[in-house]
Design a protein around this ligand. Structure first.
Ligand code: PMP
Length: 426
Protein backbone atom coordinates (compact mmCIF):
# COMPACT_ATOMS: atom_id res chain seq x y z
CA UNK A 1 0.00 0.00 0.00
CA UNK A 2 1.90 3.04 -1.29
CA UNK A 3 1.48 5.91 1.20
CA UNK A 4 2.12 8.34 -1.66
CA UNK A 5 -1.12 7.34 -3.33
CA UNK A 6 -3.27 7.66 -0.19
CA UNK A 7 -6.34 9.83 -0.42
CA UNK A 8 -4.85 12.54 1.79
CA UNK A 9 -1.56 12.77 -0.06
CA UNK A 10 -3.31 12.91 -3.45
CA UNK A 11 -5.56 15.66 -2.07
CA UNK A 12 -2.56 17.59 -0.74
CA UNK A 13 -0.68 17.20 -3.98
CA UNK A 14 -3.45 17.99 -6.44
CA UNK A 15 -6.19 20.15 -4.93
CA UNK A 16 -5.86 23.89 -5.32
CA UNK A 17 -6.70 25.56 -2.03
CA UNK A 18 -9.26 28.36 -2.11
CA UNK A 19 -9.59 29.97 1.27
CA UNK A 20 -10.56 27.24 3.71
CA UNK A 21 -9.07 24.18 5.33
CA UNK A 22 -10.58 21.04 3.90
CA UNK A 23 -12.68 19.09 6.41
CA UNK A 24 -11.11 15.97 7.87
CA UNK A 25 -14.39 14.07 7.44
CA UNK A 26 -14.46 12.53 3.95
CA UNK A 27 -17.96 11.44 2.96
CA UNK A 28 -18.47 8.57 0.58
CA UNK A 29 -22.26 8.67 0.71
CA UNK A 30 -24.99 11.08 1.78
CA UNK A 31 -28.63 10.40 2.47
CA UNK A 32 -31.33 12.58 4.03
CA UNK A 33 -29.74 14.73 6.76
CA UNK A 34 -26.65 12.54 7.17
CA UNK A 35 -23.25 12.15 5.52
CA UNK A 36 -21.34 8.87 5.93
CA UNK A 37 -17.62 8.17 5.66
CA UNK A 38 -15.98 4.93 4.52
CA UNK A 39 -15.97 3.56 8.08
CA UNK A 40 -19.73 4.12 8.35
CA UNK A 41 -19.35 7.04 10.80
CA UNK A 42 -22.08 9.59 10.22
CA UNK A 43 -22.24 13.37 10.32
CA UNK A 44 -25.48 15.28 10.83
CA UNK A 45 -25.65 17.94 8.11
CA UNK A 46 -26.81 21.22 9.64
CA UNK A 47 -25.38 23.18 6.69
CA UNK A 48 -27.51 21.57 3.95
CA UNK A 49 -24.30 21.01 2.00
CA UNK A 50 -23.33 24.53 0.93
CA UNK A 51 -26.74 25.87 2.13
CA UNK A 52 -28.40 24.20 -0.82
CA UNK A 53 -29.67 20.68 -0.04
CA UNK A 54 -33.07 21.76 1.30
CA UNK A 55 -34.55 18.32 0.53
CA UNK A 56 -31.70 16.50 2.24
CA UNK A 57 -29.27 14.40 0.27
CA UNK A 58 -30.16 11.92 -2.48
CA UNK A 59 -33.89 12.63 -2.28
CA UNK A 60 -35.41 9.73 -4.26
CA UNK A 61 -37.58 11.97 -6.45
CA UNK A 62 -34.60 14.20 -7.31
CA UNK A 63 -32.51 11.12 -8.12
CA UNK A 64 -35.30 9.89 -10.41
CA UNK A 65 -35.64 13.33 -12.04
CA UNK A 66 -31.92 13.53 -12.79
CA UNK A 67 -31.94 9.99 -14.18
CA UNK A 68 -34.89 10.75 -16.41
CA UNK A 69 -33.65 14.18 -17.57
CA UNK A 70 -30.13 12.96 -18.32
CA UNK A 71 -31.61 10.17 -20.42
CA UNK A 72 -33.99 12.40 -22.37
CA UNK A 73 -32.97 16.05 -22.64
CA UNK A 74 -29.74 17.18 -21.00
CA UNK A 75 -28.09 20.23 -22.55
CA UNK A 76 -28.85 22.45 -25.54
CA UNK A 77 -27.55 25.29 -27.64
CA UNK A 78 -28.15 28.48 -25.59
CA UNK A 79 -30.88 30.00 -27.79
CA UNK A 80 -32.88 26.77 -27.81
CA UNK A 81 -35.65 26.52 -25.21
CA UNK A 82 -37.48 23.47 -23.92
CA UNK A 83 -40.46 22.40 -21.81
CA UNK A 84 -38.58 22.00 -18.48
CA UNK A 85 -37.31 25.59 -18.82
CA UNK A 86 -40.67 27.11 -19.74
CA UNK A 87 -42.26 24.90 -17.07
CA UNK A 88 -39.95 26.13 -14.32
CA UNK A 89 -40.32 29.77 -15.43
CA UNK A 90 -44.11 29.37 -15.36
CA UNK A 91 -44.11 27.81 -11.89
CA UNK A 92 -41.68 30.39 -10.47
CA UNK A 93 -43.84 33.18 -11.87
CA UNK A 94 -46.88 31.69 -10.09
CA UNK A 95 -44.99 32.03 -6.82
CA UNK A 96 -44.11 35.69 -7.43
CA UNK A 97 -46.62 37.03 -9.97
CA UNK A 98 -44.97 40.47 -10.15
CA UNK A 99 -41.75 38.80 -11.29
CA UNK A 100 -43.04 36.96 -14.31
CA UNK A 101 -39.90 37.07 -16.49
CA UNK A 102 -37.30 34.41 -15.74
CA UNK A 103 -33.80 33.47 -16.91
CA UNK A 104 -32.11 30.29 -15.66
CA UNK A 105 -28.37 30.16 -15.00
CA UNK A 106 -26.05 27.98 -12.93
CA UNK A 107 -24.62 29.77 -9.87
CA UNK A 108 -25.54 32.52 -7.46
CA UNK A 109 -22.67 34.77 -8.43
CA UNK A 110 -23.68 34.48 -12.07
CA UNK A 111 -27.33 35.29 -11.33
CA UNK A 112 -26.26 38.40 -9.39
CA UNK A 113 -23.88 39.36 -12.19
CA UNK A 114 -26.82 39.16 -14.60
CA UNK A 115 -29.09 41.07 -12.20
CA UNK A 116 -26.57 43.89 -11.79
CA UNK A 117 -25.99 44.08 -15.54
CA UNK A 118 -29.75 44.08 -16.12
CA UNK A 119 -30.20 46.95 -13.63
CA UNK A 120 -27.41 48.93 -15.29
CA UNK A 121 -28.80 48.32 -18.76
CA UNK A 122 -32.34 49.26 -17.80
CA UNK A 123 -31.55 52.38 -15.75
CA UNK A 124 -28.69 53.53 -17.96
CA UNK A 125 -26.77 54.13 -14.73
CA UNK A 126 -23.96 52.18 -13.13
CA UNK A 127 -23.56 52.80 -9.40
CA UNK A 128 -24.52 49.96 -7.03
CA UNK A 129 -25.24 49.99 -3.28
CA UNK A 130 -25.17 47.03 -0.91
CA UNK A 131 -24.52 46.18 2.77
CA UNK A 132 -21.14 46.09 4.45
CA UNK A 133 -21.50 42.40 5.39
CA UNK A 134 -22.98 41.31 2.07
CA UNK A 135 -22.03 38.20 0.11
CA UNK A 136 -23.11 38.01 -3.51
CA UNK A 137 -20.47 35.94 -5.28
CA UNK A 138 -16.99 35.91 -6.77
CA UNK A 139 -17.47 37.08 -10.37
CA UNK A 140 -16.33 40.66 -11.00
CA UNK A 141 -19.66 42.46 -10.54
CA UNK A 142 -21.00 40.25 -7.75
CA UNK A 143 -17.61 40.31 -6.00
CA UNK A 144 -17.60 44.11 -6.09
CA UNK A 145 -20.98 43.89 -4.31
CA UNK A 146 -19.50 41.53 -1.69
CA UNK A 147 -18.19 43.46 1.28
CA UNK A 148 -17.57 40.50 3.57
CA UNK A 149 -14.71 38.51 2.07
CA UNK A 150 -12.54 38.25 -1.00
CA UNK A 151 -11.74 41.93 -1.56
CA UNK A 152 -8.03 41.21 -1.54
CA UNK A 153 -5.65 39.76 -4.10
CA UNK A 154 -7.54 40.89 -7.20
CA UNK A 155 -6.31 44.44 -7.72
CA UNK A 156 -8.88 47.18 -8.27
CA UNK A 157 -12.54 46.25 -7.85
CA UNK A 158 -15.16 47.58 -10.26
CA UNK A 159 -15.72 51.26 -9.41
CA UNK A 160 -19.03 52.74 -8.30
CA UNK A 161 -19.95 50.33 -5.51
CA UNK A 162 -21.04 51.63 -2.09
CA UNK A 163 -21.85 49.77 1.11
CA UNK A 164 -24.05 50.81 4.02
CA UNK A 165 -24.32 48.98 7.36
CA UNK A 166 -27.24 46.64 7.89
CA UNK A 167 -29.09 47.05 11.19
CA UNK A 168 -27.94 44.58 13.82
CA UNK A 169 -30.19 44.39 16.89
CA UNK A 170 -27.52 42.55 18.92
CA UNK A 171 -24.83 45.08 18.09
CA UNK A 172 -26.60 48.40 17.43
CA UNK A 173 -24.18 50.97 16.06
CA UNK A 174 -25.78 53.79 18.01
CA UNK A 175 -27.78 53.02 21.13
CA UNK A 176 -31.28 54.41 20.97
CA UNK A 177 -31.15 55.31 17.26
CA UNK A 178 -33.69 53.37 15.26
CA UNK A 179 -32.87 51.70 11.97
CA UNK A 180 -35.01 54.13 9.95
CA UNK A 181 -32.78 57.02 10.92
CA UNK A 182 -29.64 54.97 10.31
CA UNK A 183 -30.93 54.03 6.87
CA UNK A 184 -31.81 57.64 6.00
CA UNK A 185 -28.35 58.79 7.17
CA UNK A 186 -26.63 56.04 5.20
CA UNK A 187 -28.46 57.08 2.02
CA UNK A 188 -27.51 60.72 2.67
CA UNK A 189 -23.89 59.60 2.64
CA UNK A 190 -24.33 57.54 -0.51
CA UNK A 191 -25.99 60.54 -2.19
CA UNK A 192 -23.01 62.68 -1.20
CA UNK A 193 -20.43 60.19 -2.48
CA UNK A 194 -22.02 58.93 -5.69
CA UNK A 195 -22.02 60.69 -9.05
CA UNK A 196 -25.80 60.65 -9.38
CA UNK A 197 -25.75 57.38 -11.32
CA UNK A 198 -27.28 54.97 -8.80
CA UNK A 199 -28.63 51.93 -10.65
CA UNK A 200 -29.54 49.46 -7.92
CA UNK A 201 -29.39 48.31 -4.34
CA UNK A 202 -28.58 44.59 -3.93
CA UNK A 203 -29.48 42.95 -0.62
CA UNK A 204 -29.94 39.60 1.08
CA UNK A 205 -33.16 39.67 3.16
CA UNK A 206 -31.12 37.89 5.83
CA UNK A 207 -27.38 38.56 5.62
CA UNK A 208 -26.44 34.94 6.03
CA UNK A 209 -22.69 34.74 5.50
CA UNK A 210 -22.45 38.13 7.19
CA UNK A 211 -23.62 36.66 10.51
CA UNK A 212 -27.29 35.67 10.04
CA UNK A 213 -28.50 39.26 10.38
CA UNK A 214 -32.26 39.37 9.78
CA UNK A 215 -33.54 42.68 8.42
CA UNK A 216 -36.36 43.93 10.66
CA UNK A 217 -39.93 43.90 9.37
CA UNK A 218 -40.46 47.15 7.46
CA UNK A 219 -36.84 47.49 6.41
CA UNK A 220 -37.35 46.21 2.86
CA UNK A 221 -40.25 48.62 2.35
CA UNK A 222 -38.07 51.51 3.53
CA UNK A 223 -35.25 50.35 1.29
CA UNK A 224 -37.58 50.12 -1.70
CA UNK A 225 -38.84 53.66 -1.02
CA UNK A 226 -35.25 54.94 -0.98
CA UNK A 227 -34.61 53.13 -4.28
CA UNK A 228 -37.75 54.52 -5.91
CA UNK A 229 -36.90 58.05 -4.82
CA UNK A 230 -33.61 57.74 -6.73
CA UNK A 231 -34.78 55.78 -9.76
CA UNK A 232 -32.82 52.73 -8.56
CA UNK A 233 -33.93 49.13 -8.83
CA UNK A 234 -34.09 46.87 -5.79
CA UNK A 235 -32.37 43.51 -6.32
CA UNK A 236 -32.97 40.85 -3.67
CA UNK A 237 -30.60 37.90 -3.51
CA UNK A 238 -32.44 34.90 -2.07
CA UNK A 239 -29.68 32.35 -2.68
CA UNK A 240 -30.13 31.00 0.83
CA UNK A 241 -33.54 32.29 1.88
CA UNK A 242 -35.50 31.26 -1.22
CA UNK A 243 -37.70 28.15 -1.52
CA UNK A 244 -39.22 28.10 1.95
CA UNK A 245 -36.29 28.17 4.34
CA UNK A 246 -37.51 31.20 6.26
CA UNK A 247 -41.17 30.17 6.41
CA UNK A 248 -42.45 31.75 3.19
CA UNK A 249 -41.56 30.68 -0.36
CA UNK A 250 -39.37 33.79 -0.62
CA UNK A 251 -38.23 35.74 2.45
CA UNK A 252 -39.39 39.07 0.96
CA UNK A 253 -43.00 37.83 1.06
CA UNK A 254 -43.06 38.31 4.84
CA UNK A 255 -42.65 42.02 4.22
CA UNK A 256 -45.21 42.34 1.43
CA UNK A 257 -42.65 44.16 -0.71
CA UNK A 258 -41.64 42.93 -4.13
CA UNK A 259 -38.17 43.61 -5.54
CA UNK A 260 -37.59 44.71 -9.13
CA UNK A 261 -35.21 41.80 -9.60
CA UNK A 262 -34.97 38.60 -7.57
CA UNK A 263 -32.10 36.12 -7.76
CA UNK A 264 -32.41 32.51 -6.63
CA UNK A 265 -29.64 29.94 -6.58
CA UNK A 266 -28.43 27.37 -4.00
CA UNK A 267 -31.83 26.17 -2.75
CA UNK A 268 -33.50 26.24 -6.19
CA UNK A 269 -31.47 23.25 -7.36
CA UNK A 270 -31.37 21.73 -3.85
CA UNK A 271 -27.72 20.85 -4.51
CA UNK A 272 -27.57 20.94 -8.32
CA UNK A 273 -26.02 24.00 -10.00
CA UNK A 274 -29.10 26.04 -10.88
CA UNK A 275 -29.91 29.70 -10.44
CA UNK A 276 -32.55 32.11 -11.67
CA UNK A 277 -33.03 35.79 -12.31
CA UNK A 278 -36.65 36.96 -12.07
CA UNK A 279 -37.91 40.39 -12.97
CA UNK A 280 -40.97 42.43 -13.87
CA UNK A 281 -42.61 42.87 -17.27
CA UNK A 282 -41.62 46.52 -17.08
CA UNK A 283 -37.90 45.87 -16.52
CA UNK A 284 -37.92 43.13 -19.12
CA UNK A 285 -39.51 45.39 -21.76
CA UNK A 286 -36.83 48.06 -21.30
CA UNK A 287 -34.12 45.36 -21.29
CA UNK A 288 -35.40 44.13 -24.66
CA UNK A 289 -35.35 47.67 -26.08
CA UNK A 290 -31.82 48.22 -24.86
CA UNK A 291 -30.56 44.83 -26.06
CA UNK A 292 -29.68 43.38 -22.64
CA UNK A 293 -26.97 40.78 -23.25
CA UNK A 294 -26.05 37.91 -20.91
CA UNK A 295 -25.13 34.60 -22.43
CA UNK A 296 -23.66 31.57 -20.69
CA UNK A 297 -22.99 28.00 -21.79
CA UNK A 298 -25.63 26.70 -19.42
CA UNK A 299 -28.31 29.38 -19.72
CA UNK A 300 -31.75 27.71 -19.72
CA UNK A 301 -30.34 24.18 -19.69
CA UNK A 302 -33.11 21.56 -19.50
CA UNK A 303 -31.57 19.11 -17.01
CA UNK A 304 -31.11 21.50 -14.08
CA UNK A 305 -34.46 23.12 -14.98
CA UNK A 306 -36.17 19.74 -14.59
CA UNK A 307 -34.57 19.43 -11.16
CA UNK A 308 -35.69 22.93 -10.16
CA UNK A 309 -39.23 22.15 -11.24
CA UNK A 310 -39.25 19.03 -9.08
CA UNK A 311 -37.75 20.92 -6.11
CA UNK A 312 -40.47 23.57 -6.37
CA UNK A 313 -43.14 20.87 -6.62
CA UNK A 314 -41.87 19.03 -3.53
CA UNK A 315 -41.49 22.23 -1.48
CA UNK A 316 -45.15 23.05 -2.16
CA UNK A 317 -46.60 19.55 -1.98
CA UNK A 318 -44.83 18.72 1.29
CA UNK A 319 -45.55 22.19 2.72
CA UNK A 320 -41.88 22.67 3.55
CA UNK A 321 -42.19 26.41 4.18
CA UNK A 322 -44.76 25.68 6.89
CA UNK A 323 -42.53 22.92 8.19
CA UNK A 324 -39.65 25.45 8.33
CA UNK A 325 -41.74 27.61 10.66
CA UNK A 326 -42.58 24.77 13.07
CA UNK A 327 -39.16 23.10 12.95
CA UNK A 328 -37.54 26.54 13.17
CA UNK A 329 -39.43 27.26 16.38
CA UNK A 330 -38.28 23.98 17.87
CA UNK A 331 -34.70 24.73 16.83
CA UNK A 332 -34.84 28.29 18.19
CA UNK A 333 -36.33 27.11 21.49
CA UNK A 334 -33.55 24.53 21.81
CA UNK A 335 -30.88 27.13 21.03
CA UNK A 336 -32.35 29.51 23.62
CA UNK A 337 -32.15 26.69 26.19
CA UNK A 338 -28.47 26.28 25.27
CA UNK A 339 -28.00 30.01 25.73
CA UNK A 340 -29.30 29.70 29.28
CA UNK A 341 -26.86 26.87 29.96
CA UNK A 342 -23.77 28.34 28.29
CA UNK A 343 -22.42 31.81 29.07
CA UNK A 344 -20.46 31.66 25.79
CA UNK A 345 -23.65 32.13 23.73
CA UNK A 346 -24.34 35.84 23.40
CA UNK A 347 -27.20 35.85 20.92
CA UNK A 348 -29.59 33.48 19.16
CA UNK A 349 -31.25 34.84 16.02
CA UNK A 350 -32.65 34.10 12.59
CA UNK A 351 -35.89 33.02 10.97
CA UNK A 352 -37.40 29.63 10.12
CA UNK A 353 -34.66 27.07 9.55
CA UNK A 354 -31.94 29.69 9.12
CA UNK A 355 -30.56 30.39 12.58
CA UNK A 356 -27.35 31.75 14.04
CA UNK A 357 -25.75 31.70 17.45
CA UNK A 358 -23.17 34.36 18.17
CA UNK A 359 -20.54 33.50 20.73
CA UNK A 360 -19.20 35.97 23.23
CA UNK A 361 -16.04 36.24 25.35
CA UNK A 362 -15.95 34.13 28.52
CA UNK A 363 -13.28 35.10 31.03
CA UNK A 364 -9.97 35.26 29.18
CA UNK A 365 -11.30 33.20 26.28
CA UNK A 366 -12.32 35.35 23.32
CA UNK A 367 -15.40 34.74 21.18
CA UNK A 368 -13.46 33.97 18.02
CA UNK A 369 -11.41 31.21 19.60
CA UNK A 370 -14.54 29.80 21.28
CA UNK A 371 -16.54 29.72 18.06
CA UNK A 372 -13.66 28.12 16.15
CA UNK A 373 -13.19 25.47 18.83
CA UNK A 374 -16.92 24.72 19.12
CA UNK A 375 -17.22 24.26 15.34
CA UNK A 376 -14.26 21.84 15.39
CA UNK A 377 -15.57 19.99 18.45
CA UNK A 378 -19.00 19.64 16.83
CA UNK A 379 -17.43 18.14 13.70
CA UNK A 380 -15.45 15.72 15.84
CA UNK A 381 -18.62 14.32 17.41
CA UNK A 382 -20.66 14.25 14.19
CA UNK A 383 -22.33 17.61 13.64
CA UNK A 384 -21.57 19.89 10.70
CA UNK A 385 -22.50 23.55 11.21
CA UNK A 386 -20.85 26.56 9.54
CA UNK A 387 -18.88 29.32 11.15
CA UNK A 388 -19.97 32.38 9.20
CA UNK A 389 -18.36 35.28 10.91
CA UNK A 390 -15.24 35.63 12.90
CA UNK A 391 -12.98 38.48 13.78
CA UNK A 392 -13.08 41.24 16.32
CA UNK A 393 -16.81 40.97 16.87
CA UNK A 394 -16.81 37.25 17.54
CA UNK A 395 -18.01 34.27 15.61
CA UNK A 396 -21.47 33.21 14.56
CA UNK A 397 -22.33 29.60 13.99
CA UNK A 398 -24.96 29.17 11.29
CA UNK A 399 -27.45 26.36 11.68
CA UNK A 400 -29.48 25.55 8.59
CA UNK A 401 -30.50 21.91 8.26
CA UNK A 402 -32.47 20.59 5.28
CA UNK A 403 -36.17 21.53 5.44
CA UNK A 404 -36.90 17.80 5.62
CA UNK A 405 -35.17 17.55 9.03
CA UNK A 406 -37.16 15.55 11.60
CA UNK A 407 -37.79 16.60 15.20
CA UNK A 408 -35.53 13.74 16.28
CA UNK A 409 -32.69 14.99 14.08
CA UNK A 410 -33.13 18.54 15.40
CA UNK A 411 -32.96 17.29 18.98
CA UNK A 412 -29.92 15.17 18.17
CA UNK A 413 -28.17 18.19 16.64
CA UNK A 414 -29.01 20.35 19.66
CA UNK A 415 -27.63 17.66 21.96
CA UNK A 416 -24.39 17.42 19.93
CA UNK A 417 -24.07 21.19 20.00
CA UNK A 418 -24.62 21.24 23.77
CA UNK A 419 -21.83 18.69 24.17
CA UNK A 420 -19.50 20.52 21.77
CA UNK A 421 -19.94 23.84 23.61
CA UNK A 422 -19.57 22.10 26.99
CA UNK A 423 -16.30 20.48 25.88
CA UNK A 424 -14.85 23.86 24.90
CA UNK A 425 -15.94 26.22 27.66
CA UNK A 426 -17.78 24.09 30.21
N1 PMP B 1 -25.50 35.13 -2.78
C1 PMP B 1 -25.56 34.64 -1.54
C2 PMP B 1 -26.53 35.26 -0.58
C3 PMP B 1 -24.76 33.56 -1.16
O1 PMP B 1 -24.83 33.08 0.07
C4 PMP B 1 -23.89 33.01 -2.11
C5 PMP B 1 -22.99 31.83 -1.79
N2 PMP B 1 -22.51 31.78 -0.49
C6 PMP B 1 -23.84 33.57 -3.39
C7 PMP B 1 -24.67 34.61 -3.70
C8 PMP B 1 -22.90 33.05 -4.43
O2 PMP B 1 -23.39 31.90 -4.99
P1 PMP B 1 -22.41 30.95 -5.83
O3 PMP B 1 -21.37 30.50 -4.86
O4 PMP B 1 -23.33 29.87 -6.29
O5 PMP B 1 -21.86 31.76 -6.94
Amino acid sequence: NDAGSSFQSRADRHLLRFGCDFARFVPVRASGCYLYDASGARMLDFTSGQMSAILGHSHPEIVATIRHASGTLDHLYSAMISEPVVGLATELAKQAPDLSKVMLLSTGGEANEAAIKLAKTVTGKWEIVTFTRSYHGVTAGSAAATFKVGRTGVGPMAPGYFAIPAPNAYRPRFAGVDWRRELDDAFDQVDAQCTGNLAAFIAEPILSSGGVIDLPLGYLAALKAHCEARGMLLILDEAQTGLGRTGTMFAFQRDGVSPDILTLSKTLGAGMALSAVMTTEKVSAVADDRKFFFYTTHVNDPLPAAVGLKVLEIVQRDRLAERAVVAGERLAAGLLRLKQRHASIGDVRGRGLLRGIEFTNVGSRDATSISNAVTEAAMDIGLAANLVRSGTSGGTMRIAPPLTVTDGELDEGLDLLDRAIGSVVG
